[in-house]
Write a protein that binds this ligand. Structure first.
Ligand code: GLC
Length: 461
Protein backbone atom coordinates (compact mmCIF):
# COMPACT_ATOMS: atom_id res chain seq x y z
CA UNK A 1 0.00 0.00 0.00
CA UNK A 2 1.28 3.48 -0.92
CA UNK A 3 1.99 5.84 2.00
CA UNK A 4 -0.61 8.30 0.69
CA UNK A 5 -3.31 5.59 0.61
CA UNK A 6 -2.41 4.53 4.12
CA UNK A 7 -2.79 8.06 5.43
CA UNK A 8 -6.17 8.47 3.67
CA UNK A 9 -7.33 5.20 5.17
CA UNK A 10 -6.27 6.23 8.64
CA UNK A 11 -8.28 9.43 8.17
CA UNK A 12 -11.36 7.42 7.22
CA UNK A 13 -11.09 5.31 10.34
CA UNK A 14 -10.28 8.23 12.57
CA UNK A 15 -13.34 10.11 11.37
CA UNK A 16 -15.49 7.01 11.87
CA UNK A 17 -14.39 6.73 15.51
CA UNK A 18 -15.04 10.43 16.06
CA UNK A 19 -18.57 10.18 14.63
CA UNK A 20 -19.29 7.10 16.75
CA UNK A 21 -18.11 8.94 19.85
CA UNK A 22 -20.41 11.88 19.08
CA UNK A 23 -23.38 9.56 18.69
CA UNK A 24 -23.28 8.33 22.28
CA UNK A 25 -26.48 9.03 24.19
CA UNK A 26 -26.31 9.88 27.91
CA UNK A 27 -28.92 9.19 30.55
CA UNK A 28 -28.50 10.59 34.05
CA UNK A 29 -24.88 11.17 33.15
CA UNK A 30 -24.20 7.60 32.04
CA UNK A 31 -23.68 6.41 28.45
CA UNK A 32 -26.62 4.15 27.47
CA UNK A 33 -26.59 3.81 23.71
CA UNK A 34 -25.97 5.53 20.38
CA UNK A 35 -28.45 7.55 18.31
CA UNK A 36 -29.42 6.20 14.88
CA UNK A 37 -28.07 9.16 12.90
CA UNK A 38 -26.58 12.62 13.34
CA UNK A 39 -27.91 14.49 10.33
CA UNK A 40 -29.07 18.01 11.05
CA UNK A 41 -30.03 18.71 7.44
CA UNK A 42 -33.27 16.69 7.65
CA UNK A 43 -36.09 16.27 10.11
CA UNK A 44 -34.88 13.85 12.81
CA UNK A 45 -38.17 11.87 13.03
CA UNK A 46 -37.01 9.01 15.28
CA UNK A 47 -33.41 8.91 14.09
CA UNK A 48 -32.37 10.80 17.23
CA UNK A 49 -33.36 7.72 19.25
CA UNK A 50 -31.34 4.66 20.14
CA UNK A 51 -32.63 1.67 18.16
CA UNK A 52 -31.97 -1.72 19.68
CA UNK A 53 -31.00 -3.34 16.36
CA UNK A 54 -28.83 -0.39 15.34
CA UNK A 55 -27.00 -0.27 18.64
CA UNK A 56 -25.79 -3.88 18.31
CA UNK A 57 -23.12 -2.86 15.77
CA UNK A 58 -21.85 -0.08 18.06
CA UNK A 59 -22.11 -2.31 21.13
CA UNK A 60 -19.98 -5.09 19.65
CA UNK A 61 -17.33 -2.51 18.81
CA UNK A 62 -17.44 -1.12 22.34
CA UNK A 63 -17.05 -4.64 23.71
CA UNK A 64 -14.03 -5.26 21.50
CA UNK A 65 -12.48 -2.01 22.70
CA UNK A 66 -13.06 -2.89 26.36
CA UNK A 67 -15.70 -0.17 26.81
CA UNK A 68 -18.12 -2.60 28.38
CA UNK A 69 -19.86 -0.08 30.65
CA UNK A 70 -22.03 1.45 27.92
CA UNK A 71 -23.20 -2.00 26.83
CA UNK A 72 -24.00 -2.97 30.40
CA UNK A 73 -25.94 0.26 30.95
CA UNK A 74 -27.83 -0.30 27.72
CA UNK A 75 -28.77 -3.85 28.70
CA UNK A 76 -29.88 -2.76 32.17
CA UNK A 77 -31.95 0.19 30.99
CA UNK A 78 -33.65 -1.62 28.09
CA UNK A 79 -34.50 -4.50 30.41
CA UNK A 80 -36.37 -2.02 32.60
CA UNK A 81 -38.42 -0.98 29.55
CA UNK A 82 -39.56 -4.55 28.90
CA UNK A 83 -43.22 -5.05 29.98
CA UNK A 84 -43.35 -7.63 32.75
CA UNK A 85 -47.13 -8.02 32.94
CA UNK A 86 -49.59 -9.23 30.35
CA UNK A 87 -51.98 -6.36 29.92
CA UNK A 88 -54.58 -7.92 27.63
CA UNK A 89 -54.85 -4.56 25.96
CA UNK A 90 -54.39 -4.44 22.21
CA UNK A 91 -52.68 -1.06 22.37
CA UNK A 92 -50.13 -2.05 25.02
CA UNK A 93 -46.96 -4.00 24.20
CA UNK A 94 -47.07 -7.67 25.18
CA UNK A 95 -45.11 -9.14 28.09
CA UNK A 96 -41.50 -9.82 27.16
CA UNK A 97 -41.24 -7.47 24.18
CA UNK A 98 -38.20 -5.19 23.90
CA UNK A 99 -38.86 -1.82 22.22
CA UNK A 100 -37.65 -0.86 18.74
CA UNK A 101 -36.05 2.29 20.14
CA UNK A 102 -35.95 4.65 23.09
CA UNK A 103 -35.06 8.25 23.85
CA UNK A 104 -34.17 10.35 26.86
CA UNK A 105 -36.93 12.77 27.85
CA UNK A 106 -36.78 15.49 30.50
CA UNK A 107 -39.92 15.93 32.62
CA UNK A 108 -41.19 19.43 33.57
CA UNK A 109 -39.56 18.95 36.96
CA UNK A 110 -36.20 18.44 35.26
CA UNK A 111 -36.08 14.70 35.89
CA UNK A 112 -34.75 12.52 33.04
CA UNK A 113 -36.60 9.38 32.03
CA UNK A 114 -36.51 6.95 29.11
CA UNK A 115 -39.41 6.74 26.68
CA UNK A 116 -39.72 3.56 24.66
CA UNK A 117 -41.30 3.02 21.26
CA UNK A 118 -42.72 -0.47 20.73
CA UNK A 119 -44.05 0.51 17.35
CA UNK A 120 -46.86 2.72 18.63
CA UNK A 121 -45.11 5.81 17.24
CA UNK A 122 -43.20 4.25 14.36
CA UNK A 123 -44.26 4.79 10.75
CA UNK A 124 -46.95 2.19 9.93
CA UNK A 125 -47.01 1.12 13.60
CA UNK A 126 -44.78 -1.90 12.96
CA UNK A 127 -43.95 -4.35 15.77
CA UNK A 128 -40.21 -4.83 16.42
CA UNK A 129 -40.06 -8.62 16.81
CA UNK A 130 -36.29 -8.66 16.21
CA UNK A 131 -35.46 -6.35 19.17
CA UNK A 132 -35.91 -8.99 21.86
CA UNK A 133 -33.74 -11.42 19.90
CA UNK A 134 -30.96 -8.86 19.37
CA UNK A 135 -31.15 -8.05 23.08
CA UNK A 136 -30.45 -11.66 24.13
CA UNK A 137 -27.75 -12.04 21.44
CA UNK A 138 -26.07 -8.88 22.74
CA UNK A 139 -26.32 -9.98 26.37
CA UNK A 140 -24.55 -13.19 25.44
CA UNK A 141 -21.87 -11.21 23.52
CA UNK A 142 -21.37 -9.12 26.68
CA UNK A 143 -20.85 -12.29 28.70
CA UNK A 144 -18.44 -13.74 26.11
CA UNK A 145 -16.43 -10.51 26.02
CA UNK A 146 -16.28 -9.88 29.76
CA UNK A 147 -16.42 -13.52 30.98
CA UNK A 148 -18.72 -12.05 33.58
CA UNK A 149 -21.77 -14.26 33.93
CA UNK A 150 -22.99 -12.45 37.04
CA UNK A 151 -25.00 -9.87 35.08
CA UNK A 152 -26.88 -12.53 33.12
CA UNK A 153 -27.39 -14.58 36.30
CA UNK A 154 -29.02 -11.69 38.18
CA UNK A 155 -32.64 -12.54 38.86
CA UNK A 156 -34.02 -9.58 36.86
CA UNK A 157 -31.97 -10.66 33.84
CA UNK A 158 -32.99 -14.31 34.21
CA UNK A 159 -36.59 -13.15 34.35
CA UNK A 160 -36.15 -10.91 31.28
CA UNK A 161 -34.62 -13.73 29.23
CA UNK A 162 -37.36 -16.07 30.39
CA UNK A 163 -40.08 -13.65 29.25
CA UNK A 164 -38.50 -13.34 25.80
CA UNK A 165 -38.30 -17.11 25.49
CA UNK A 166 -41.90 -17.52 26.70
CA UNK A 167 -43.13 -14.93 24.23
CA UNK A 168 -41.38 -16.51 21.27
CA UNK A 169 -41.94 -20.16 22.21
CA UNK A 170 -45.64 -19.78 23.02
CA UNK A 171 -48.02 -21.96 21.07
CA UNK A 172 -49.96 -19.95 18.52
CA UNK A 173 -52.31 -20.61 15.67
CA UNK A 174 -49.80 -22.32 13.40
CA UNK A 175 -47.86 -25.54 13.84
CA UNK A 176 -44.45 -24.78 12.40
CA UNK A 177 -41.20 -24.62 14.38
CA UNK A 178 -40.61 -21.22 12.74
CA UNK A 179 -42.09 -18.01 14.10
CA UNK A 180 -45.15 -16.34 12.58
CA UNK A 181 -44.84 -12.55 12.42
CA UNK A 182 -46.49 -9.57 10.72
CA UNK A 183 -44.87 -7.62 7.86
CA UNK A 184 -41.99 -5.28 8.69
CA UNK A 185 -41.14 -6.93 12.01
CA UNK A 186 -37.37 -6.54 11.64
CA UNK A 187 -34.67 -4.41 10.00
CA UNK A 188 -37.01 -4.12 7.02
CA UNK A 189 -39.63 -2.24 9.00
CA UNK A 190 -41.98 -1.50 6.12
CA UNK A 191 -44.34 -3.54 4.07
CA UNK A 192 -42.25 -5.68 1.73
CA UNK A 193 -44.06 -9.01 1.58
CA UNK A 194 -42.19 -10.42 4.55
CA UNK A 195 -45.13 -11.38 6.76
CA UNK A 196 -45.46 -15.02 7.72
CA UNK A 197 -42.19 -16.78 8.40
CA UNK A 198 -39.46 -14.49 7.04
CA UNK A 199 -35.89 -15.73 7.15
CA UNK A 200 -34.44 -12.74 9.05
CA UNK A 201 -36.72 -13.41 12.01
CA UNK A 202 -36.03 -17.16 11.94
CA UNK A 203 -32.25 -16.67 11.92
CA UNK A 204 -32.39 -14.21 14.81
CA UNK A 205 -34.87 -16.44 16.65
CA UNK A 206 -32.47 -19.36 16.31
CA UNK A 207 -29.45 -17.31 17.50
CA UNK A 208 -31.48 -15.95 20.43
CA UNK A 209 -32.59 -19.45 21.45
CA UNK A 210 -28.95 -20.56 21.38
CA UNK A 211 -27.96 -17.52 23.47
CA UNK A 212 -30.87 -18.02 25.88
CA UNK A 213 -29.90 -21.67 26.30
CA UNK A 214 -26.39 -20.65 27.32
CA UNK A 215 -27.51 -17.96 29.73
CA UNK A 216 -30.53 -19.41 31.48
CA UNK A 217 -29.78 -21.06 34.76
CA UNK A 218 -31.83 -24.23 35.07
CA UNK A 219 -33.10 -23.59 38.58
CA UNK A 220 -36.68 -22.45 38.13
CA UNK A 221 -36.26 -22.29 34.36
CA UNK A 222 -36.10 -26.00 33.61
CA UNK A 223 -39.37 -25.90 31.66
CA UNK A 224 -38.08 -23.17 29.35
CA UNK A 225 -34.70 -24.87 28.93
CA UNK A 226 -36.51 -28.07 27.92
CA UNK A 227 -38.71 -26.10 25.52
CA UNK A 228 -35.60 -24.55 23.92
CA UNK A 229 -33.93 -27.95 23.64
CA UNK A 230 -37.01 -29.31 21.91
CA UNK A 231 -37.41 -26.39 19.54
CA UNK A 232 -33.82 -25.84 18.38
CA UNK A 233 -33.34 -29.07 16.38
CA UNK A 234 -36.82 -28.78 14.83
CA UNK A 235 -36.28 -25.18 13.78
CA UNK A 236 -32.85 -25.96 12.37
CA UNK A 237 -34.02 -29.01 10.41
CA UNK A 238 -37.06 -27.10 9.07
CA UNK A 239 -34.96 -24.20 7.76
CA UNK A 240 -32.20 -26.39 6.35
CA UNK A 241 -34.72 -28.49 4.49
CA UNK A 242 -37.58 -26.26 3.44
CA UNK A 243 -35.82 -22.93 2.90
CA UNK A 244 -32.83 -24.24 0.98
CA UNK A 245 -32.49 -23.36 -2.71
CA UNK A 246 -29.78 -24.65 -5.01
CA UNK A 247 -29.86 -26.27 -8.43
CA UNK A 248 -30.70 -29.70 -7.01
CA UNK A 249 -33.54 -28.33 -4.94
CA UNK A 250 -34.79 -26.26 -7.86
CA UNK A 251 -34.88 -29.44 -9.94
CA UNK A 252 -36.82 -31.21 -7.23
CA UNK A 253 -39.37 -28.39 -6.91
CA UNK A 254 -39.65 -28.19 -10.69
CA UNK A 255 -41.00 -31.73 -10.70
CA UNK A 256 -43.23 -31.28 -7.64
CA UNK A 257 -46.81 -32.46 -7.74
CA UNK A 258 -49.48 -30.22 -6.22
CA UNK A 259 -52.48 -30.92 -4.00
CA UNK A 260 -50.88 -33.74 -2.00
CA UNK A 261 -52.88 -34.64 1.06
CA UNK A 262 -51.77 -36.45 4.19
CA UNK A 263 -48.58 -37.42 5.94
CA UNK A 264 -46.73 -38.81 2.90
CA UNK A 265 -46.82 -35.49 0.97
CA UNK A 266 -43.48 -34.55 -0.60
CA UNK A 267 -44.56 -31.03 -1.51
CA UNK A 268 -45.64 -30.29 2.05
CA UNK A 269 -46.36 -26.60 1.56
CA UNK A 270 -48.10 -27.14 -1.77
CA UNK A 271 -45.69 -24.87 -3.65
CA UNK A 272 -47.00 -24.39 -7.17
CA UNK A 273 -44.19 -24.77 -9.64
CA UNK A 274 -45.32 -21.78 -11.69
CA UNK A 275 -44.98 -19.43 -8.72
CA UNK A 276 -41.17 -19.63 -8.86
CA UNK A 277 -39.20 -17.47 -11.32
CA UNK A 278 -37.53 -20.54 -12.86
CA UNK A 279 -35.75 -19.06 -15.81
CA UNK A 280 -34.20 -16.25 -13.71
CA UNK A 281 -33.11 -18.64 -10.98
CA UNK A 282 -31.80 -21.14 -13.49
CA UNK A 283 -29.57 -18.42 -14.93
CA UNK A 284 -28.63 -16.89 -11.59
CA UNK A 285 -27.81 -19.89 -9.41
CA UNK A 286 -24.17 -20.93 -9.72
CA UNK A 287 -23.52 -24.68 -9.94
CA UNK A 288 -21.97 -24.76 -6.48
CA UNK A 289 -23.95 -22.01 -4.82
CA UNK A 290 -27.18 -21.82 -2.88
CA UNK A 291 -29.05 -19.83 -0.27
CA UNK A 292 -31.96 -19.83 2.12
CA UNK A 293 -35.26 -18.58 0.74
CA UNK A 294 -36.77 -15.39 2.10
CA UNK A 295 -39.99 -16.97 3.35
CA UNK A 296 -41.80 -20.31 3.22
CA UNK A 297 -45.48 -20.81 3.96
CA UNK A 298 -48.67 -22.21 2.47
CA UNK A 299 -48.18 -22.26 -1.33
CA UNK A 300 -45.47 -19.70 -0.84
CA UNK A 301 -41.73 -19.77 -1.40
CA UNK A 302 -40.20 -16.31 -1.62
CA UNK A 303 -37.06 -16.82 -3.67
CA UNK A 304 -35.59 -13.37 -3.02
CA UNK A 305 -32.14 -13.43 -1.41
CA UNK A 306 -32.24 -11.67 1.98
CA UNK A 307 -28.77 -10.87 3.20
CA UNK A 308 -29.20 -10.48 6.95
CA UNK A 309 -31.09 -13.76 7.29
CA UNK A 310 -28.57 -15.68 5.23
CA UNK A 311 -25.51 -14.23 6.96
CA UNK A 312 -26.90 -14.70 10.46
CA UNK A 313 -27.79 -18.28 9.49
CA UNK A 314 -24.12 -18.84 8.63
CA UNK A 315 -22.81 -17.15 11.78
CA UNK A 316 -25.25 -18.85 14.14
CA UNK A 317 -24.87 -22.35 12.67
CA UNK A 318 -28.48 -22.42 11.53
CA UNK A 319 -27.22 -23.21 8.02
CA UNK A 320 -25.20 -26.44 7.77
CA UNK A 321 -21.50 -26.20 7.01
CA UNK A 322 -22.10 -27.23 3.41
CA UNK A 323 -24.92 -24.72 3.03
CA UNK A 324 -22.76 -21.99 4.58
CA UNK A 325 -20.04 -22.62 2.02
CA UNK A 326 -22.63 -22.59 -0.75
CA UNK A 327 -23.99 -19.22 0.48
CA UNK A 328 -20.50 -17.74 0.42
CA UNK A 329 -19.93 -19.23 -3.06
CA UNK A 330 -23.10 -17.54 -4.24
CA UNK A 331 -21.95 -14.19 -2.86
CA UNK A 332 -18.61 -14.60 -4.61
CA UNK A 333 -20.10 -15.68 -7.93
CA UNK A 334 -22.87 -13.06 -7.91
CA UNK A 335 -20.65 -10.32 -6.52
CA UNK A 336 -21.87 -7.65 -8.94
CA UNK A 337 -25.48 -8.25 -7.91
CA UNK A 338 -24.99 -8.70 -4.18
CA UNK A 339 -22.04 -6.43 -3.41
CA UNK A 340 -21.42 -4.29 -6.47
CA UNK A 341 -20.18 -0.82 -5.60
CA UNK A 342 -21.17 -0.92 -1.93
CA UNK A 343 -21.44 -3.94 0.35
CA UNK A 344 -24.10 -5.07 0.38
CA UNK A 345 -27.63 -5.55 -0.99
CA UNK A 346 -30.29 -5.94 1.67
CA UNK A 347 -32.36 -8.09 -0.70
CA UNK A 348 -32.07 -9.24 -4.31
CA UNK A 349 -33.72 -8.82 -6.74
CA UNK A 350 -35.93 -5.78 -6.21
CA UNK A 351 -39.69 -6.02 -6.55
CA UNK A 352 -40.67 -4.23 -9.76
CA UNK A 353 -43.78 -3.15 -11.66
CA UNK A 354 -47.00 -4.81 -10.52
CA UNK A 355 -45.23 -6.70 -7.75
CA UNK A 356 -43.79 -3.44 -6.38
CA UNK A 357 -47.20 -1.78 -6.48
CA UNK A 358 -49.11 -4.60 -4.83
CA UNK A 359 -46.55 -5.83 -2.32
CA UNK A 360 -45.13 -2.52 -1.05
CA UNK A 361 -48.42 -0.64 -1.37
CA UNK A 362 -46.72 1.82 -3.79
CA UNK A 363 -44.24 2.91 -1.12
CA UNK A 364 -42.25 5.79 -2.68
CA UNK A 365 -39.30 5.07 -0.43
CA UNK A 366 -39.18 1.45 -1.55
CA UNK A 367 -39.20 1.98 -5.32
CA UNK A 368 -37.22 -0.73 -7.13
CA UNK A 369 -33.50 -0.81 -6.24
CA UNK A 370 -33.92 1.69 -3.43
CA UNK A 371 -33.90 1.49 0.41
CA UNK A 372 -35.28 -1.89 1.57
CA UNK A 373 -36.30 -2.92 -1.93
CA UNK A 374 -32.89 -3.80 -3.29
CA UNK A 375 -30.78 -1.00 -1.80
CA UNK A 376 -27.23 -1.56 -0.51
CA UNK A 377 -26.67 -1.20 3.24
CA UNK A 378 -23.11 -0.76 4.55
CA UNK A 379 -24.10 -2.03 8.03
CA UNK A 380 -24.37 -5.53 6.57
CA UNK A 381 -20.60 -5.49 6.08
CA UNK A 382 -19.87 -6.67 9.60
CA UNK A 383 -22.13 -9.66 9.17
CA UNK A 384 -20.40 -10.45 5.88
CA UNK A 385 -17.06 -10.23 7.72
CA UNK A 386 -18.25 -12.53 10.50
CA UNK A 387 -19.69 -15.06 8.02
CA UNK A 388 -16.48 -14.90 5.98
CA UNK A 389 -14.36 -15.69 9.03
CA UNK A 390 -16.67 -18.52 10.05
CA UNK A 391 -16.36 -20.13 6.62
CA UNK A 392 -12.66 -19.36 6.08
CA UNK A 393 -13.42 -17.00 3.21
CA UNK A 394 -11.83 -13.89 4.68
CA UNK A 395 -10.72 -12.55 1.31
CA UNK A 396 -14.37 -11.93 0.41
CA UNK A 397 -14.77 -9.61 3.37
CA UNK A 398 -11.47 -7.91 2.64
CA UNK A 399 -12.62 -7.20 -0.90
CA UNK A 400 -15.88 -5.76 0.40
CA UNK A 401 -14.16 -3.52 2.96
CA UNK A 402 -11.74 -2.26 0.31
CA UNK A 403 -14.69 -1.16 -1.84
CA UNK A 404 -16.51 0.55 1.02
CA UNK A 405 -13.58 2.48 2.41
CA UNK A 406 -13.03 4.40 -0.81
CA UNK A 407 -16.48 5.98 -0.57
CA UNK A 408 -18.02 6.07 2.88
CA UNK A 409 -16.20 9.09 4.29
CA UNK A 410 -16.55 11.21 1.14
CA UNK A 411 -20.24 10.32 0.99
CA UNK A 412 -20.65 11.24 4.67
CA UNK A 413 -21.59 7.74 5.88
CA UNK A 414 -25.02 7.33 4.25
CA UNK A 415 -27.63 4.99 5.64
CA UNK A 416 -28.00 3.14 2.33
CA UNK A 417 -27.21 3.27 -1.38
CA UNK A 418 -29.49 2.86 -4.41
CA UNK A 419 -29.28 1.36 -7.88
CA UNK A 420 -28.58 -2.12 -9.17
CA UNK A 421 -24.93 -1.86 -8.21
CA UNK A 422 -25.32 0.47 -5.24
CA UNK A 423 -23.63 3.37 -7.03
CA UNK A 424 -26.03 6.10 -5.96
CA UNK A 425 -26.32 7.47 -2.47
CA UNK A 426 -29.76 6.53 -1.14
CA UNK A 427 -32.52 8.87 -2.33
CA UNK A 428 -33.65 9.64 1.22
CA UNK A 429 -30.65 8.27 3.07
CA UNK A 430 -29.56 10.06 6.25
CA UNK A 431 -25.94 11.10 6.43
CA UNK A 432 -23.79 10.13 9.40
CA UNK A 433 -25.89 7.04 10.00
CA UNK A 434 -24.30 5.38 12.99
CA UNK A 435 -24.71 1.73 12.06
CA UNK A 436 -23.03 2.52 8.73
CA UNK A 437 -20.07 3.92 10.67
CA UNK A 438 -20.06 1.10 13.24
CA UNK A 439 -20.70 -1.64 10.64
CA UNK A 440 -17.62 -0.54 8.72
CA UNK A 441 -15.38 -0.29 11.81
CA UNK A 442 -16.66 -3.58 13.19
CA UNK A 443 -16.01 -5.41 9.91
CA UNK A 444 -12.41 -4.13 10.07
CA UNK A 445 -11.96 -5.11 13.71
CA UNK A 446 -13.27 -8.61 13.06
CA UNK A 447 -11.02 -9.13 10.03
CA UNK A 448 -7.98 -7.74 11.87
CA UNK A 449 -8.69 -9.94 14.84
CA UNK A 450 -10.86 -12.95 13.98
CA UNK A 451 -10.64 -14.17 17.57
CA UNK A 452 -13.57 -11.81 18.26
CA UNK A 453 -15.88 -13.93 16.14
CA UNK A 454 -17.23 -15.91 19.17
CA UNK A 455 -18.96 -12.73 20.33
CA UNK A 456 -21.62 -13.49 17.74
CA UNK A 457 -21.02 -17.01 16.46
CA UNK A 458 -22.24 -20.41 17.64
CA UNK A 459 -20.64 -23.81 17.20
CA UNK A 460 -22.50 -26.85 15.85
CA UNK A 461 -24.32 -28.81 18.53
C1 GLC B 1 -34.99 2.43 9.34
C2 GLC B 1 -34.52 0.99 9.13
C3 GLC B 1 -34.43 0.28 10.46
C4 GLC B 1 -33.54 1.06 11.39
C5 GLC B 1 -34.00 2.50 11.54
C6 GLC B 1 -33.02 3.36 12.32
O1 GLC B 1 -36.30 2.44 9.82
O2 GLC B 1 -35.38 0.31 8.28
O3 GLC B 1 -33.93 -1.02 10.26
O4 GLC B 1 -33.47 0.44 12.64
O5 GLC B 1 -34.13 3.09 10.27
O6 GLC B 1 -31.77 3.38 11.71
Amino acid sequence: MQLEDKVTLENVEQEAWEVLEKSIMYYKGRPVGTVAAIDSTVDALNYDQCFIRDFVSSALLFLIKGRTEIVRNFLEETLKLQPKENQLDAYKPGRGLIPASFKVVVSPSGEEYLEADFGEHAIARVTPVDSCFWWVILLRAYVVATKDYSLAYQSDFQHGIRLIMELSLATRFDMYPTLLVPDGACMIDRRLGIYGHPLEIQSLFYAALRAGRELLVCQGNQDIVTAIDNRLPLLRAHIRKHYWIDLNRLNAIYRYKGEEYGKGAVNQFNIYVDSLPYSELDRWLPRKGGYLAGNVGPSQMDTRFFTLGNLVAVISDLASEEQSQAIMNLIEKRWEDLVGDMPMKITFPALENEEYRIITGCDPKNIPWSYHNGGNWPVLMWMLAAAAIKTNRVCLAERAIAIAQTRLKDDEWPEYYDGRRGRLQGKQARKYQIWTVAGFLLAKELINNPSWLPLVSFEPF
